[in-house]
Design a protein around this ligand. Sequence first.
Ligand SMILES: Nc1nc2c(ncn2[C@@H]2O[C@H](COP(=O)(O)OP(=O)(O)O)[C@@H](O)[C@H]2O)c(=O)[nH]1
Ligand SMILES: [Mg+2]
Length: 303
Amino acid sequence: MGFFEKIKNGLKKTRDELKTRIQWALKGTFDESVFLDIEEALILSDCGVETSSKLVQKLREKWKRGQLKDEKDVRLALCELVEEILKEVEKPISIDGVKPFTILTIGVNGVGKTTTAAKIAKTFIDNGKKVLFGACDTFRAAAIEQLSVWAERLGVDIVKHKEGSDPAAVAYDSLKAAQARDIDVVILDTAGRLHTKSNLMEEMKKIKRVVSKELSGAPHEILLVVDATNGQNAIQQVKTFHESLQVSGLAVAKLDGTAKAGFIIHVAEFFKIPIRYVGVGEKLDDLLPFSARDFAKALIEEE
Ligand SMILES: Nc1nc2c(ncn2[C@@H]2O[C@H](COP(=O)(O)OP(=O)(O)O)[C@@H](O)[C@H]2O)c(=O)[nH]1
Ligand SMILES: [Mg+2]
């Protein structure tokens, strides 16, 4: 399956709902009320009130200029507007000239950090790069075990300590090992326990400090993983993590499980943080580089 087919499949729930609502909005005469219904449709897919209103305002202007006649025109115009917003955050990770390129994955529990780390590792391996995992989620033995299983499947090195040990020490050892073993990319997998949120942020800050001391410029990517099924709540997570840790990129997991994928448009518009990847399933190949055009088309335009 190609990238576009995958993103289309992944966005099916959101697309179907949006499409039904837009069709419904355009059932009667094409007058002002159509735009209120479209606005509601966008808000219900979690595009956010302000972003939805802004999008609809632009649609309304086009309509007044006589550029929108039917549903197809509306979908095409909306697709272009959404692509415009998303284009600004379409910035893939570049590891050129940096070695070992160090990625710190962060995010709350269960969002898909570890799975995403494994999928990302696969994309680098497929490009002939050597990857090393650092098992910085030392909170539970099961977390270390989960990453070890991925490491074995992928055939990559892993640095791990005992359960309960200092995550920053694991990060430090990971970098040391990576430098000694000619590794191209280090991916540090971390914990995400929410109930000790302030401690979590401190823990992440410490990892960041230790890593940057050992290797200037590292971590080169602070990748926040969010769960698309959280919709608007994911926005709050972006805000909290970004304030504490200055997120450099986003990976949006579980797009396949939600009808609220519109929140990506909201996130893009508000935070302007590059979206690096989107996850559309549990398997290793279910990770796509983020494409504004594909996303917008898959969400709105395509039949
Ligand atoms: N459907 C779907 N499930 C996913 C995706 N990414 C992760 N998961 C599942 O989400 C659950 C939690 O993932 P995990 O990586 O352990 O989350 P972590 O706690 O943030 O490390 C697992 O069951 C994963 O298989 C995705 O893109 N789509
Ligand atoms: Mg994990």
